[in-house]
Design a binder for this molecule. Structure first.
Ligand code: SF4
Length: 424
């Protein structure tokens, strides 16, 4: 009988890329991949620990896997497994807990008869990963960097993923070609802090991007989040030199208040951030700009929060990713005595999310009458839908099968929070 495996991935694109790679390993060994939630011989959870919410989701998923497949093996890996192996080992049914360096060796551990194995040693080895055909994603995530050498006061990632490590340009190009040969049209270059590529590898990120953009058959390239202090003109020039580059950038902000940014040990102030996105806009005038924002950082006053609101209102940021501050054990911010009440944090999150919706809607409406390129993913409410270059979800009526194809689309309307287009 063919053995079955079910995957569930929480958190970032890096986790998605890594699950992709591991999925491939399982299929090469003859496993059939089934939907998570269906009975499976192996349930594989690639977890996240950036917030309390992520932690509790992981625990719920472990319980779900145990309910659905009481006889199956449950493997828990990823950042939550790395940081909280002890807590996870207490949950009924878990067979294998693997840290971020060990997750790739999963098949070696799977055959063991031991009741519970915990393998969480960290190494500085870089493990390549990318979305593979066994994934159902339309865009392919290609991991080019992992870990982080910064020490932002709130962040657990440097502990959960270790120090910065990178793929070589040659290997990245090899993997990117493989992705394109597998039929993917878009690659998203992914890492924890990809702007640290050069300081880690000695090779330039701009050179890596240039070589990938030259790959025949690749139609779109997108970068995942890049720290503002690491965006160079050289990188922007290379990106702007190719029509394959998506006009969409994700630049973590975290706060619009300089006092809070300093407390967070971020490597820029709000003025620098503004200049960075103005510079991006000078290369890519139509760009959608995404920003992560943490509200309710310990000691954040009403005035400091309002500085963030004002900053977000005044700058051309279109995609907000707003999170309430979440205490992570082991970080300096967790030791800060001035923790804010949940109710205050929730109120501030709500204000910023509303502002984010308003700005995204305005951005979408500003595109009406323009032509953009859309990579279609699926159908929804009788429309074909996918993301534009600027990372706007676009809806198009068509009787043809548009899946996994890029079409030029004229944007014609914005109705019920839907940006509507027609094939051009
Ligand atoms: S740059 Fe800061 S927030 Fe981002 S992963 Fe590194 S330490 Fe965490």
């Amino acid at each position: 009988m063919t053995k079955t495996v079910a995957f569930n991935t929480l958190g970032c694109r890096l986790n998605l890329a890594e699950t992709g790679e591991i999925t491939q390993k399982f299929t090469e060994q003859g496993y059939e991949v089934v939907e998570f939630g269906e009975p499976a011989d192996v349930s594989f959870l690639n977890t996240c620990t950036v917030t309390d919410n992520a932690d509790s989701k992981c625990r719920n998923l472990i319980r779900k896997a145990q309910r659905v497949s009481p006889e199956g093996k449950i493997i828990v890996t990823g950042c939550y497994a790395q940081m909280e192996s002890e807590a996870i080992s207490q949950i009924k049914g878990v067979d294998l807990i693997l840290g971020n360096s060990e997750k790739y060796n999963v098949l070696d551990y799977l055959e063991s008869e031991d009741e519970l194995q915990i393998k969480i040693d960290q190494t500085d080895e870089f493990w390549g990963a990318s979305t593979t055909p066994s994934d159902s994603h339309t865009r392919a995530f290609l991991k080019i960097q992992d870990g982080c050498n910064y020490i932002c006061s709130f962040c657990i990632i440097p502990f959960a993923r270790g120090r910065s490590k990178t793929i070589s340009i040659a290997e990245a190009v090899y993997k990117a070609k493989e992705i394109v040969a597998n039929g993917f049209k878009e690659i998203v270059l992914t890492g924890v802090n990809i702007g640290e590529y050069e300081s880690t590898s000695g090779e330039k990120l701009a050179d890596l991007v240039k070589e990938i953009l030259e790959i025949e058959g690749l139609e779109r390239l997108r970068l995942s989040s890049v720290e503002p202090n690491t965006i160079t003109n050289e990188l922007l020039e290379v990106l702007a030199s190719s029509p394959k580059t998506c006009e969409h950038f994700h630049i973590p902000l975290q706060s619009g208040d300089n006092g809070i940014l300093k407390e967070m040990r971020r490597k820029y102030d709000s003025e620098f951030y503004s200049k960075t996105i103005a510079n991006i806009k000078s290369f890519f005038p139509n760009a959608g700009i995404g920003a992560d924002v943490i509200v309710g950082y310990p000691g954040e006053t009403e005035e400091q929060f309002l500085n963030t609101v004002k900053f977000l209102e005044e700058n051309p940021i279109t995609h907000f990713h707003v999170f309430p501050f979440s205490k992570r054990k082991g970080t300096t911010a967790a030791l800060n005595k001035e923790q804010l009440q949940t109710v205050v944090k929730s109120k501030r999150v709500k204000i910023l999310r509303e502002l984010g919706n308003k700005k995204l809607n305005e951005f979408a409406k500003s595109k009406i009458g323009q032509i953009t390129k859309v990579l279609f993913e699926d159908t929804q409410d009788g429309f074909w839908t996918g993301y534009s270059d600027e990372y706007l979800r676009v809806f198009v009526k068509s009787n043809s099968n548009l899946k996994n194809q890029i079409f030029s689309v004229r944007l014609i309307d914005y109705k019920n929070e839907k940006l509507i287009g027609e094939l051009n």
